[in-house]
Design a protein around this ligand. Structure first.
Ligand SMILES: *Cc1c(COP(=O)(O)O)cnc(C)c1O
Length: 373
């Protein structure tokens, strides 16, 4: 049995007419740049997440870069984040000559270890950039408490966190991205809410930050051909917005199916002593964007999965502080032992709403077969 790590085609075939009509309507109206579908989608995201303002941009990476620029995460200022993440969580600060200060991750959640943040704060620190990774949000109670105490800005990298909600010690659940000063989502095809190409969104509850974001995505213009800032050319494509409007209608159903798949993995792998299953901590509603296990002999297991035509992915094989492009920060091997250890044994199994129970069971059996050889 061949189990792809991810495929958008099954969902497309299920709702072919809806997707085709949505795309066709953009082409026949010809409103490609910031068309009606973008405005509709921004409104729908505000509704879904409870954010006051949503601003569509070209990618999650651009959303991070623009938000970091506006918050002053640049020009030698320091921003605290995790080394165990996708490149863009840190490159958004480095791009505008800010300084990235890493702290290690929590061994169970793989999120930034909030207990280690405060010791890294100095007079030059301007912000914290938590990442809500894989299946759960970082400890936003602690992070907001520290930020308030030291007057720091918070940019939530919620690229992977669509649908995740945090309650912590509060009375109500808050959608990821809506707790800090800014939050960002990515609509990269594999993400929980994924388009048919690149796309991203900035969310905020602050009117001024929202209006700056709107200006920055059109070259820093306040009105056409009047430029108040040096901004970016970064808009959410109208075709992508049309696709995403269709997808958003079914997102709760899709999230539930992911949960079902995760449960199936847990039930069928719980007796396997050689793997560690994910665990969601704190009062929150996680979303299984990725289903990660920590596996003994990870590299051999991945070869075995490949031989058996099972897709997998490794997020992330090398923490950022060891990347060539980060050499100038002066970090070395051993600086973040938890992140380094996890990167050696983590492996992501196929999970998406359209995967079948039989396929999931086949993945589990194959893993167990590997360890009993
Ligand atoms: C996907 C991702 C991004 C970047 O999003 P793009 O839309 O691909 O630019 C940023 N941060 C994290 C944690 C991601 O997973």
């Amino acid at each position: 049995m061949k189990v792809p790590f991810y495929s958008s085609v099954r969902e497309y075939n299920n709702r072919k007419k809806e997707f085709d009509d949505a795309i066709q309507s953009v082409i026949s109206q010809g409103n490609f740049i910031l068309g009606k579908q973008v405005v509709d989608f921004e409104g729908a995201i505000e509704n879904y997440t409870g954010a006051k303002y949503a601003i569509g941009v070209a990618s999650g990476t651009d959303a991070l870069t623009i938000a970091a620029d506006i918050l002053g995460f640049k020009d030698g200022k320091e921003v605290i984040t995790s080394p165990f993440t996708f490149l863009a969580s840190a490159s958004c600060v480095l791009r505008n000559k800010g300084r990235v200060v890493f702290v290690d991750i929590d061994e169970e959640t793989f999120s930034i270890n909030a207990d280690l943040i405060e010791e890294k704060i100095n007079n030059n620190t301007v912000g914290i950039l938590p990442i809500h990774l894989f299946d759960q949000m970082a400890d936003m109670d602690r992070i907001m408490e520290i930020a308030k105490k030291h007057n720091l800005k918070v940019l939530e990298d919620a690229a992977e966190a669509f649908g995740m909600r945090w309650r912590g010690k509060g009375d109500t659940y808050k959608h990821s991205g809506t707790i800090g000063d800014f939050g960002i989502f990515s609509f990269f095809p594999t993400k929980t809410l994924g388009g048919y190409g690149d796309g991203g969104m900035i969310v905020t509850n602050d009117e001024n930050l929202a209006s700056l974001s709107k200006s920055y995505r059109v070259h820093g213009a306040s009105k056409k051909y009047h430029y108040d800032y040096i901004g970016y050319n970064s808009r959410l494509d109208t075709l992508q917005a049309a696709v995403l409007n269709v997808k958003l209608k079914y997102i709760d159903e899709a999230i539930k199916k992911r949960e079902h798949v995760a449960k199936l993995y847990m039930e069928n792998l719980k007796d396997c002593q050689h793997v560690r299953l994910p665990k969601i901590k704190h009062e929150q509603k996680g979303v299984y964007y990725v289903f990660n296990i920590l596996a003994e002999k990870r590299d051999e297991l991945s070869l075995y999965l490949k031989e058996n035509e099972i897709g997998y992915s490794i997020y992330y094989p090398m923490p950022l502080h060891l990347q060539k492009s980060f050499e100038h920060l002066g970090y070395k091997k051993g600086d973040f032992p938890v992140a380094e250890k996890v990167s050696q044994s983590i492996i992501a199994l196929p999970i998406y709403p359209e995967i079948t129970d039989d396929e999931v069971l086949y993945v589990c059996e194959t893993i167990k077969k590997f360890y009993s050889r």
